[in-house]
Write a protein that binds this ligand. Structure first.
Ligand code: FAD
Length: 298
């Protein structure tokens, strides 16, 4: 963790683009509550399919214009064309966007036959963004401390991560995990390969057992047995799930920050309260937009 320790931690929050007018209003309230914490950026996910993509653009543009916090769109390339990516990069530049999360993406099941295949992996997208826009964007990529589910193995996945860094990534955000050792070891392995970039842990608050189990199966994140068993015991008792989840995830965050993690990226699922509860437990207070705390740190 040596190279990770140099900077003050930076914090960020991730949203998905809302589908309904009510969802848009709710996200405005959520981001207003989180903006007062002074995060480094808000990111917005990007899904397959045209209308979802336009919603990402609209959400990002609104955040950038209205929230006072930098907005970072996610951009996936799995069914994209070079022309399409060039066009969206240009629109983001026009909106003053300087930060992007570059991904391969996943196809919704049952779709994806016959679409364009101009980019195969996220590394191809990173290289394309660099070639087209030079140093304009700070490019983040995904990292998988518990190994991406489609990877041939842990080493192959690490080599892929290295390819993304060598293609021009400036930073990384991890898939969520509940085992700090997986992250710490992954970072050590990156450092041993000379990969000198911030690798920020992705943090998924625990609020709903079934939804978490479903997500985790799909993305290859492990819910440790001791956590799973306790969540099962709580059944439909949402208050107990939230209280337990806040404690467990706060402990994880505390351990990561103490070990030198360069920040935390919260998967909010467009809810403020779970991230705020963890934030408060950590005693983070308000931070300035460069990531430096203006209140006490853990
Ligand atoms: P890649 O880095 O391309 O890796 C994909 C797989 O291919 C891995 O198994 C890798 O080991 C393998 N691989 C890569 N290169 C090679 C090679 N040359 N030869 C052989 N194998 C190779 N998804 C969305 O759809 N929208 C989002 O907004 C979104 N946001 C995300 C944000 C974060 C922080 C994270 C961690 C994930 C996000 N995802 C999102 C999910 C992501 O798209 C999936 O995990 C996807 O399956 C992989 O994307 P990637 O960019 O990591 O792909």
């Amino acid at each position: 963790m040596e190279s990770q320790k140099r900077h003050n931690p930076v914090y960020s929050f991730e949203f998905f683009p809302p589908k309904t007018p009510e969802g848009v209003e709710k996200l405005r309230r959520v981001r207003a509550r989180l903006a007062v914490l002074g995060p480094r950026f808000f990111s917005v996910t990007f899904g397959a399919g045209g209308s979802t993509r336009e919603r990402t653009f609209e959400t990002v543009a609104e955040i950038q214009r209205e929230s006072g916090i930098e907005a970072a769109p996610h951009l996936s390339c799995i069914e994209a064309t070079r022309e399409g990516v060039r066009a969206i990069l240009s629109r983001y530049r026009d909106e003053g966007i300087r930060h992007i999360v570059a991904l391969r993406g996943d196809l919704p099941s049952g779709s994806g036959t016959g679409g364009p295949r101009e980019f195969r992996y996220a590394a191809d997208l990173v290289a394309f963004i660099r070639a087209e826009t030079g140093r304009h964007f700070f490019i983040e990529v995904a990292a998988y401390p518990e190994v991406h589910p489609q990877a041939r193995g842990a080493r192959a996945d690490l080599l892929n991560f290295q390819r993304k860094v060598e293609a021009g990534a400036d930073g990384a955000i991890t898939q969520y995990f509940y085992n700090a050792d997986a992250y710490l070891r992954f970072v050590d392995e990156c450092e041993a390969r000379g990969l000198d970039l911030p690798i920020v842990p992705g943090i998924m608050p625990i609020t709903n057992h079934n939804r978490l189990a479903h997500f985790s199966d799909a993305c290859g994140a492990e819910i440790p047995r001791w956590i799973r068993k306790r969540l099962e015991d709580f059944g439909d008792d949402r208050d107990s799930i939230r209280a337990f989840g806040t404690e467990v995830v706060s402990d994880l965050c505390r351990r990561l920050l103490e070990a030198g993690a360069p920040g935390l990226h919260f998967y909010t699922l467009n809810q403020a309260a779970p991230s705020l509860a963890i934030w408060e437990n950590l005693g983070l207070g308000r931070i300035d937009t460069a990531g430096s705390p203006s209140a006490h740190r853990p």
